[in-house]
Structure formats: C-alpha cells, structure tokens
Design a protein. Structure first.
Length: 535
C-alpha cells in the first residue's frame, strides 16, 4: 500500500478508536465492544479468516468486575446499630454473608510463636466475631519487630482457622492508615464477613461476649471481554502472531495516573496506535509477495490494562495451535516516535534470531533493545508459553495513562517508518525457519525490600543505566509536587545512593510518611536537587 494511503488509514483508525464515543475502551464496557467491532469490520474488509470462537472473529473471555457494595450491609454491636459507610464498611476480603455472633477482642490478632506472642491466647475465638486492631505492638513500619505479621490478611486467616465466624478490623493507631474502602476484584475473599470499623464505630464497641449481628453485601459481577482474531492464510506451516491491545482505561480508576474528576482516557498512543499499526500490517502483508512465507494471525487483545487478561486467555485457550506459532510481535504504544527515531524493542533475548533487529536499516530508526521477555504488556503471555516475542514501544511520555493521551499528538510518519521496519524484519526472518526460543534473565524478585512510602512515579523497568529513570509521574503525589518529570534519573534519595531499582527500593524503605528529604536527579545530563515530602 502506498505511503500516503497507509498514513490515511492509520489516521482514520486512531481517530475513531481514540474518539470520545468509545469512552476509553474499558474492557467489558460498551466502548470496548465498539473498538472490537471496528477491528472485526477491518478484518472482514481485508478478507481475513475469522479465527475466534465458533467461526467468528471474536473470542470472548470472562473476568471479575470491580466489586460494588450492595444495600444490605449492616452491623449491630450490642444495642448499637452502626451506620454503613460512616461507622463501618465491608472490605475486599469479605464475601456476602450474615452472622449472629458474639464479640471476641483479640488485640492485634498476631499469632507469632517464634516471637513468643499469641493474641488469641485465652480468648474464645471459635464461633465469635474476632475484633482485631490493624496496627502492631510497635506500629507498622519497615523496622517493626512484627514486620512478618504486618499483613492483615495473614492475621484474618489465623483467626478464621481458629474458628472465628466474622472479623471486625479497627484502627487505634494514629500513625497507621485505615483499611482502604475501595473494593478490589483482585483480592480473594475469605470465608467469613470482614468489616472495617471506623473510629466513630469503634466507640460503640463493647466488651467480650456482647452480641454482634453483621451482614455484608458485596456484588461481584462477571464481565465479558472481547479479543478479535483474524488469520491471513497463505497455507504455510509457520504462524506469525501480530498483536496489539485494543482496550484502555475507560474513565480512569485503576491504572490511571490522573487524579481528578473522572474523564475519558482516549488512549490514542496506548494503544489505538498499536491496533492501527496491526491493521496496516495486515493490509500490507496481504499484498506483499515476499510475505507469503508465513501465515499471520492478527489479534487485537482486550483486558490488557486490567492485567494482560486477553492475551493470557488466548495463550491458554488458543484458537490456532500454539505449537505452530513461530514468533509473536506485540505493538503497544507505537505512536510517539521522537525526533531521534528512538524505538525500544523489548524481548530481544527471547531468541538469538532477534539479532536481526539491529541489522534492519529500514525506517532509519535508532533501535534500542532490552532482553527480558517479561514486561507489562501482551508479549509476556507468549513468552511464558515458550514463544519468542518482542514488544515495539516508542517510549513513555507525560500523557501516559492520562486523559491527555490524544490523537493530535500521534506521529503518523513515525508510525509508518516502524511499520516498514517490521515488514522488513518479517521478510528478513523468512529464511530462518522456526526461531529458537531462549529464556531471559529476570530480576530476582525474592528479596524485594519493603517500603511504606512512594515517590508517585512509574519507574522505567527497561532502563539499564545508573539510577532509577522515571517513566511517568502521578499527579498530586510527592514526585509531582517536587517537579520531577518523566526522563529524570533519580540518583540519590537523602543520603542514600540510588544505583538501580533495588537500591531505589531500599532507599525508600528508610523513609516513612511525612518525612521530607532531598532527591537528586539527572535531567538532560545535569544534576538537579529538589525537596520532597513523602505523603
Ligand atoms: Zn498499553
């Protein structure tokens, strides 16, 4: 397809996908379905074979929606009826349920024989509501003697094992944050009702043995996400998967770095750009004689932003044999090529054949590769199945995961250069047969230091220079208040040198909420200091 026509098509696709009409394409919402339908229409026009469920382009998968509180939450302590949302609220660990029981105060609920402490000793826990304070005898901080027991879920599980039929959490420590009232779909509920009793509610709590009536009402709905799958069938044994996620953050919530009234996150770069490039590759590869060496499976994944749901589902329920997949190309955020032509390609360690990436001259790109097959996007799902997989990425920016990731900031000529580069790459790999797979070195996560404060930044996990490079800055958090920007490299926090992610996390561990210090960053190669207060 001519360059002018390709530019036009990609612009047309992004303008639609990143329009307000699609409301940020949140998985399971109507806008995501519109985006999927758009891809279905494009695949149909190109004559790709439907390769989703039962001879359609769509592959559906189900996932848990964010839970919501129902109307029937209630708590009675003795004669006191507590007010839902004011005196108490059910938390993520809670199922829906109702219990008539009696109070058993269990202090911190810490069962630590190794440290000679058992808060359940001498308390009648069985068939009682266990009241547990969420702090610890010496508070919650990285140097607490009870650090191994700071995790509340572990204490809840201990109480349940001892026969508790409800859990009442409360907080009598000013220095500790209350349990978050937002409910998360990612938390596995435990078997008995769990509520957090606020300060006002705690005043109404009586003595051991007083009657407790607790009812929790949490609606956990199933939602449906939609992958779109189409095959360009050249009758070849080898299958090349080209994928891009079509979902984004909807009106914000989880994953957004924007702190304000709910607003549509259009996600033009993340990842309407990847979908548009995938569609363009499908059009081009249909017409290129040298592309006939492979079959191509084009997949628009959903659920990526919620945790790679769609690509994980496809690799676990593949609609084409995984054994035939030669390699996978993931396009996620490819719309912001800068003036230097910097293109990041992650996953270059997943096959020796990716040495080719540096040899392709097409597009005059400044290709930077990183080895790991594990990263925050859909190629990870393929890598974990033993498939060589690379992720194309033009880099993060200030609009990342914010409502301002809009279409007018897309670099279309840049996208075309990358498209041509990928076409050259695919052609160059034609003679290589099936690519060998290699496992990549992952950072050792077993000894992740604990910390209780954050800078409010997204670290650039691909950065391998000295220090911690910032990929994104969360509005309203410590780093934003100190004027830090994406691209800044943190080299010092207070007196602590920051050489890499590990020492960065260790340095954070030295601070607690409310602490102030000086952060030293490199910006454009120049050292800069800023005062920072951890919130
Ligand atoms: Zn993305």
């Amino acid at each position: 397809m001519s360059d002018a026509e390709a530019l036009d098509r990609m612009r047309h696709d992004i303008q639609y996908l990143a329009s307000d009409r699609l409301e940020g394409r949140e998985t399971g919402q109507p806008g995501e379905r519109l985006a999927a339908d758009h891809v279905v229409g494009a695949f149909g026009t190109m004559g790709l074979k439907p390769y989703g469920d039962s001879a359609t382009y769509i592959q559906s998968f189900h996932f848990a929606a964010e839970p919501v509180r129902g109307p029937k939450n209630s708590l009675q302590l003795g004669r006191n009826r507590l007010v839902p949302g004011v005196d108490f609220y059910p938390v993520s660990w809670s199922p829906s349920g109702q219990v008539f029981t009696r109070l058993a105060r269990c202090r911190y609920g810490i069962l630590a024989p190794e440290l000679g402490r058992n808060d359940f000793d001498g308390v009648e826990v069985k068939d009682h509501a266990a009241a547990i304070a969420i702090s610890s005898p010496d508070g919650i901080h990285p140097h607490s003697k009870w650090i191994a027991h700071n995790d509340i879920r572990g204490r809840i599980d201990d109480a349940v094992k001892l026969g508790a039929n409800a859990i009442l959490l409360y907080n009598d420590d000013e220095a500790v944050d209350d349990i978050d009232s937002t409910l998360s779909a990612k938390v596995q509920p435990c078997p008995v009702p769990v509520v957090f009793v606020t300060k006002s509610g705690f005043k109404k709590m009586g003595l051991d043995g007083e009657p407790v009536v607790v009812a929790t009402d949490i609606e956990r709905a199933q939602l449906t996400g939609h992958n779109v799958v189409g095959l360009l069938d050249n009758g070849r044994p080898d299958l090349v998967v080209i994928g891009a996620h079509l979902d984004h953050l909807g009106y914000g919530h989880d994953g957004s770095l924007y702190r304000g009234e709910p607003a549509i996150h259009n996600g033009a770069d993340d990842n309407a750009s990847g979908v548009a490039m995938m569609l363009q590759l499908a059009r081009d590869l249909s017409a290129m004689p040298e592309a006939r060496a492979n079959d191509y499976l084009f997949i628009a994944f959903s659920g990526e932003e919620k945790g790679l749901y769609g690509s994980n589902y496809w690799t676990k329920h593949p609609t084409a044999p995984l054994s035939e997949v030669n390699y996978m190309i993931n396009l996620d955020m490819v719309g912001r090529l800068d003036s230097l032509g910097d293109l990041s390609i992650n996953g270059a360690g997943t096959s020796p054949a990716w040495a080719e990436l540096k040899r392709i001259g097409t597009g005059k790109l400044n290709v930077k590769t990183s080895e790991s097959g594990i990263g925050p996007s859909d190629h990870t799902s393929f890598y974990l199945q033993g498939i060589p997989a690379v992720h194309f990425f033009t880099g993060s920016h200030n609009d990342y995961h914010k409502p301002s990731d809009d279409e007018d900031k897309i670099n279309y000529p840049g996208m075309l250069r990358i498209t041509r580069y990928i076409e050259s790459l695919i052609t160059a790999l034609n003679d290589d047969g099936k690519l060998a797979f290699t496992r990549t070195q992952e950072a050792d996560s077993t000894e992740t230091p604990r910390f209780t404060v954050t800078l409010g930044v997204v670290p650039d996990y691909m950065y391998d220079g000295k220090g911690m490079r910032i990929d994104g800055v969360t509005d309203g958090k410590a780093a934003a208040a100190a004027g830090l920007k994406p691209g800044d490299v943190v080299i010092k926090l207070g007196d602590h040198d920051v050489a890499d992610m590990m020492s960065y996390m260790k340095a954070l561990g030295a601070f607690k909420k409310g602490d102030g210090t000086q952060v030293t960053v490199l910006r454009g190669g120049k050292e800069m200091k800023a005062d920072i207060t951890f919130k």
